[in-house]
Design a protein around this ligand. Sequence first.
Ligand SMILES: *Cc1c(COP(=O)(O)O)cnc(C)c1O
Length: 366
Amino acid sequence: MSIKVPFNALRPGEDIAAVKAAIDRVIASGWFVLGPEVEAFESEFAAASQAPFAVGVGTGTDAITLILRALDIGPGDEVITPPLSAAYSALAVMMAGARPVFADIDPERLTLDPRATEAAITSRTRAIMPVHLYGQAADMGAFEAIASRHNLALVEDAAQAQLATVDGRAVGTIGIAGATSFYPTKNLGALGDGGAVITRDAQLAARVKRLRNGGQTSRYHHLEPGANSRLDEMQAAILRARLPYLAGWTMRRRAIAARYRGASVPGSVTVPRQFDAGHVYHLFPVLTPHRDAFQAHCTSQGVETLIHYPVPIPRQPALASTSPAVCPVADRVCSEVVSLPMYPALSDEQLAAVARAFSSFTPPSC
Ligand SMILES: *Cc1c(COP(=O)(O)O)cnc(C)c1O
């Protein structure tokens, strides 16, 4: 049992030469913020995302905040969002000055539940923001119907779902806009922070471009109080170097998922269903009421696991007072969910070790 499977591997691998060349190119150019690399990356990322426009910003969190601000959503407004996600989804709503309202998740898909969402709509609701969690798209057909019935904006948190599709449609292009993140662990990661807004709306793209750069219309002329949230040239160049690998990396993630799904599932462990072949497997969570024992078993086999996420967002002290919520499904999932290693650089030997560790788990007798 000498094989070690770390949860993640963030050092560049097969892309290292391309990444180093990109870094050298930016150093030689002497241009470091909002320049030709950012512009080129924006058009290349838009094309890869099947979106007419992409705007590079500082982080995925900022991407969400700037979309909401560009839609004039702020103080006094409510945005419905899931309790199971990275807390940044909801923090971004708060950064726009609006209030996140939590509707429970679907117990099988683990994304925002359309019925709970419709029940959470009030006269202050302005937007619905599903999260395409773990790489699987939310039930967008249902959300489009709800959004149009109630005249609400549909904003997609696609930070975990680059290149994902649902019913053949690219995520981020279904609602008015999608936010993504290039945090190093994401399917397309930078070597630092970065994010992007993708949209099919030219006006919204233009407003986000203004808002990311202090609200300037031209140099030193600030029309509105914008943010300082720019993608830098170094990260844009690195992302350009890595983008051509993303389709292959996504295929590898799907192959790893198929291998895990093919392993025999021990009693008391559930593998969440794949609802759409457009799933991009940012993470591979499983559910078990014996999570501590499961993690200890994996650790003993050299396999590192992590929990995404241990606390429902509305139970976080940062949000508990402003947004209390009844979400029993998210409460249960947060107490049972645990992620197996999932990244393209996993070797066949390593993923066999993960499958072996997974399948050989026996729950403690009680
Ligand atoms: C990573 C992530 C974010 C935040 O992105 P940052 O670039 O870290 O700000 C938001 N939502 C989800 C679902 C994420 O996974």
